[in-house]
Design a protein around this ligand. Structure first.
Ligand SMILES: Cc1cc2nc3c(=O)[nH]c(=O)nc-3n(C[C@H](O)[C@H](O)[C@H](O)COP(=O)(O)O)c2cc1C
Ligand SMILES: [Mn+2]
Length: 483
């Protein structure tokens, strides 16, 4: 059954033991980022919870982070499905969108702050890469706007820089972002672009907002099908835009016509700082929020992150589906390695039927999105592609580079890949430069000798007797996390 709102979803995460509430008081300008970084570094993905910081110094608003992408199990909970059903859920929702339902009012209107009552600096906004980010940023904004000619709605996640109580910056990485078209069309007529920034809603809103959905296809309608019920929406106070009726917080405003101001830098999903430059500016006209609102963030920057899980999970499921169902290849698993931010590095496991089939699998994966998978490695199905060590082991001993490595020229680049150009040239480069890819066939091409490990029954017997060897329990704990 559809989650009613963010709170309903948090309760489900809690029941599924996928939510941890941090009771200690934390500071928003450095500590939330550092605690979350440690959680993502130290807790293996399958055990990793989403977080709620209940006590943020200087604010009575709790902060939640990691709740859509702490792991792929958490991502599946957000979609109320199993991990292996994720690709089907997305396909079905885009084929059969379900229109939102306009309601008269909702909890998001419990507090209405107009003009000078609205103050974005009162929100518990974190600084994510301290000492390098230009300031605090909203990392999970779902920005609603409309095409002024067709009235088609768009919802997209574009980082928002807090600047003044009633002024924020917004960064659209490139003109392919759907909101860019709305801004351009309005500016051609000397008009600003009305927008509403939704913070904290039922999980399908955040997931559709970061997903690439065709221009003109309404993210709220895709979310409606994902959640299995029309999304209740209410009208904004200062425009005709519609927003989820039970959102935690909505910031209403306008992208000011022709105005550009310095924005960034900001720590990016690649693990490097992004460039900075002139970008769009939003004048804030109102804030509406629920009683005791909860503030929602995505955790990005250096992988592993929530961002690498969200990017990787959706994409690997789409590629797996294409390879197995459309192309009927004997592929057993597909994984975007976290080190590549869920974008740059793809590993495919298959039970190949003939030599050369691994190359066909690579071409199949590249055809789904030619900008991704700068490194694509195909391994036999006895290799666990979610275990980076095993992937590197297969690359070490199953590959003769001259025979097994292909370099493909003139492909679209992985978004924000810092290897393309020095940072000061990155924006210009992004507008046109092509890149290249490596495909590595790391399957065995002939019969191999047996592996040089003890018989399985000996290792299992040692596991059963483990305590008697008296090894420090700390080693046991770290082994439990290892595959
Ligand atoms: C955590 C996270 C942060 C993102 N930040 C930005 C951003 O600052 N600017 C941007 O243009 N895209 C960003 N994206 C990518 C967009 O959300 C994504 O391309 C989405 O499809 C945009 O919506 P649209 O297709 O309706 O334009 C981010 C994605 C994630 C997962
Ligand atoms: Mn869109």
């Amino acid at each position: 059954m559809a989650y009613a709102d963010l709170r309903d979803y948090l309760a489900t995460l809690d029941r599924s033991r996928k939510l941890f509430r941090v009771q200690a008081e934390v500071e928003r300008d450095w500590e939330i980022a550092a605690v979350t970084r440690r959680v993502f570094q130290r807790i293996p993905e399958r055990d990793r919870p989403g977080l709620v910081f209940d006590h943020v110094k200087g604010s009575d608003i709790p902060v939640t982070v990691g709740i859509l992408g702490a792991s792929r199990e958490v991502y599946a909970l957000a979609l109320e499905c199993r991990v292996d059903e994720i690709a089907d859920r997305w396909a079905e929702a885009q084929d059969n969108p379900l229109e939102p339902e306009l309601v008269a009012s909702g909890p998001v209107k419990e507090h209405v702050l107009l003009s000078d009552q609205a103050d974005v600096t009162a929100l518990p906004v974190s600084t994510w890469t301290v000492g390098q980010d230009a300031g605090p940023f909203l990392t999970a904004p779902c920005v609603v706007s409309e095409d002024p000619e067709t009235g088609e709605r768009n919802v997209g996640t574009y980082r928002i820089q807090i600047k003044e109580p009633r002024k924020v910056g917004i960064q659209l990485s490139n003109p392919t972002r759907d909101m860019w078209t709305h801004i351009r069309k309005n500016e051609e007529h000397g008009r600003g672009t009305r927008c509403a920034i939704v913070l904290g809603a039922d999980p399908t809103i955040g997931l559709t907002s970061v997903a690439r959905i065709a221009y003109g296809l309404d993210e709220f309608a895709v979310a409606g099908r994902l959640r299995g019920a029309p999304l209740p929406v209410v009208k904004c106070e200062t425009s005709d835009l519609l927003v989820p009726a039970s959102a935690e917080i909505v910031i209403e405003g306008e992208v000011m016509c022709g105005v550009r101001e310095p924005e960034g830098p900001f720590g990016e999903y690649t693990g490097y700082m992004s460039d900075s430059g002139d970008s769009f500016v939003i004048r804030v006209d109102a804030i509406t929020h629920r009683d005791k609102p909860i503030f929602h963030d995505f955790f990005s920057q250096m992988p592993p992150s929530e961002s690498s899980t969200i990017r990787g999970t959706g994409r690997e499921m789409a590629i797996y589906k294409h390879l197995t169902r459309d192309l009927r290849m004997p592929v057993t698993d597909v994984h975007f390695l976290h080190a590549g931010g869920g974008a740059a590095f793809l590993a495919i496991a298959m039970r190949k039927k003939f030599d050369g089939q691994p190359l066909a699998a690579m071409w199949g994966a590249w055809s789904v999105d030619p900008s991704l998978s700068k490194f694509t490695v195909v391994v036999d199905d006895d290799i666990d592609v979610r275990d980076t060590f095993q992937v590197l082991w297969a690359m070490s001993w199953h590959v003769q580079p001259q025979r097994d490595v292909q370099i493909i020229q003139q492909t679209p680049p992985v978004p924000l890949d810092p290897s393309l150009a020095p940072a000061d040239m990155a924006r210009a480069v992004r507008r046109g430069q092509l890149a290249s890819k490596v495909g590595i066939d790391a399957t065995r091409k002939h019969a191999y000798p047996a592996r040089s490990v003890p018989p399985r029954e000996h290792l299992e017997e040692v596991d059963r007797r483990w305590e008697r060897y008296g090894l420090d329990p700390r080693y046991l704990a770290s082994m439990a996390g290892a595959r």
